[in-house]
Design a binder for this molecule. Structure first.
Ligand code: HEM
Length: 482
């Protein structure tokens, strides 16, 4: 009897211990926001959140007010839906935010990379040096050159036919922006001298196309991989892809390339000096590729699509693009060299800037900020694309208000505070360069001009720029032969 009693006590203690570890006993403490654990132990609201995060957050906001804590898949997340509280959170030190533990596990699961203390500092240092200020001039030029290769590698004598071509707009934009950004950051195939340069260029085109196709396979698996809900076969595929990227982007391969960016080589060196083994640095490269190239392609797609669906916006951007070219003494002319757009030229495009910002407001806002970008007091008609929403009549930048008080945080596609996206200036330039060239050189039309803007794929909520549930066919034709 005593034996069974002991077994029973141990069993009971284990269950209680298990429940404790699952967070079943967590209660709301004084000074804490309302706590809602849902009905399912450990999972909490994971299923509702995954199904439609925006709807779920709205429901919780109605029930609990602007600030609340919910249990999602074993973690407690505190959501702040009041824009005036963002400042306090943004200024909180990284270590104080619950998100950190979740992010570490995510990075291990998704990239096989084990974060170290030096990562954040490494990223910050390299980004300040190479993705801002003078570094940004160099990176913008590298992006420009690679875009020229991708868009105009099949140049003729300047007198050929200009046939219409057709493609999926999402596929086309993501493909070109991903490949140009990848080559600008990770370098080109080696080749000096005219003939070897041509061959190297062909290899760049083929290799980047192949890499993009593999990246898209991984991209599709990403949300379910992040939530650890992939079925076994997809898990094996994700594992294969992960290994492929570690190899292709490996430190050894990188140093065979020409024009590798300082952003990549500096970070690799810092981590090597900090004693990180080479195989782990290979994995870090994969993380960098993901952070750098997973968002700009989808954002470029949305911007081009909005411009095509809003002729007045397309006209305003075209006008600005032509003015900037004219002022720089360049022209889109048959048979003449492809125009070169510099960082300085990109600083004279307030209309394009506003259109980019509006696109990001609608398609790239992280969860924290969703409530404010959809608040119709801050942004009237919040679901409509207004290319000049961020501009005053005189072309200067606009301020935003709520309850008569000026808002500091009215659009935060880049996150905020210490973990704000360090690539934001380069990202904007990538998108602008691509759209600038497309608008300057092509007639652009939707195959079905009545086609609606596709809905966003809600399963990707919280993972950067949104993607559409389906692609949209478009036609493009060069305005002049080049
Ligand atoms: C439209 C394009 C992009 C969007 C919407 C975007 C958005 C974001 C967001 C929301 C974060 C997380 C911030 C946080 O944790 O609070 C982030 C982090 C990051 N982004 Fe971007 N990003 C974009 C493009 C880029 C580009 C082009 C690069 C680099 C060339 C880049 C590099 C990074 C890196 C390295 C991090 C991690 C920073 C850290 O943990 O310290 N991003 N980005």
């Amino acid at each position: 009897m005593a034996f069974w009693e002991a077994v029973l006590y141990v069993l009971l203690a284990s269950i209680l211990c298990g429940l404790y570890l699952l967070g079943a006993f967590r209660r709301r403490r004084p000074q804490e926001p309302p706590l809602d654990k849902g009905y399912i132990p450990w999972l909490g609201y994971a299923l509702d959140f995954r199904k439609n995060s925006a709807e779920f957050l709205k429901k919780m906001q109605k029930r609990h007010g602007d600030i609340f804590t919910v249990l999602i898949g074993g973690y407690y997340f505190t959501f702040v839906m009041d824009p005036f509280s963002f400042g306090t959170i943004v200024k909180a030190p990284r270590a104080k935010l619950d998100f950190e533990t979740f992010a570490v596990e995510l990075v291990i699961r998704v990239f096989g990379y084990h974060p170290c203390q030096k990562d954040h500092k490494t990223i910050q240092l390299a980004s300040t040096k190479h993705l801002m200020g003078d570094g940004l001039v160099v990176m913008t030029q590298a992006m420009m050159e690679n875009l020229q290769t991708l868009l105009f590698h099949n140049r003729g004598s300047g007198e050929e036919e200009r046939p219409w071509q057709q493609d999926g707009l999402f596929h086309y934009s993501y493909n070109i922006v991903f490949r140009a950004g990848y080559l600008a950051l990770f370098g080109n195939e080696p080749g000096k001298g005219t003939q070897r340069e041509e061959k190297a260029q062909k290899r760049d085109l083929a290799h980047s196309e192949e890499l993009f196709n593999e990246f898209r396979k991984y991209d599709r698996l990403f949300p379910r991989l992040a939530y650890a809900v992939l079925p076994p076969r997809d898990k094996m595929e994700a594992e294969r892809l992960k290994r492929l990227f570690w190899k292709v982007l490996s430190v050894k391969n990188s140093y065979q390339k020409d024009n590798i960016s300082g952003w990549i080589s500096d970070q690799e060196q810092f981590l090597a000096e900090a004693g990180m083994p080479e195989y782990m640095r290979d994995r870090f490269m994969f993380l960098l590729l993901w952070a750098a190239q997973g968002n700009t392609g989808p954002s470029s797609f949305w911007l081009l699509l909005y411009l095509m669906k809003h002729p007045e916006a397309m006209q305003a951007v075209r006008k600005e693009v032509n003015t900037v070219l004219r002022e720089a003494g360049q022209e889109v002319k048959p048979g003449s060299p492809v125009v070169t757009i510099t960082r300085d030229m990109l600083m004279k495009t307030p209309v394009l800037d506003s259109a980019v910002e509006e696109t990001l407001r609608l398609t790239a806002a992280p969860i924290l900020i969703r409530a404010v970008v959809e608040d119709d007091e801050v942004h009237p008609e919040p679901h409509t694309f207004k290319y000049n929403r961020f501009l005053n009549e005189d072309g200067t930048k606009k301020d935003f208000y709520k309850n008569g008080k000026k808002l500091k945080y009215f659009n935060m596609p880049w996150g905020a505070g210490t973990s704000i996206c360090p690539g934001r200036f380069f990202a904007v330039n990538e998108i602008k360069l691509f759209v600038f060239l497309m608008v300057a050189y092509y007639d652009l039309e939707l195959v079905n001009e009545k086609e609606e803007i596709p809905p966003i794929d809600v399963s990707r909520w919280g993972f950067g720029s949104m993607q559409p549930t389906h692609d949209v066919q478009f036609k493009y034709r060069r305005l002049v032969c080049v």
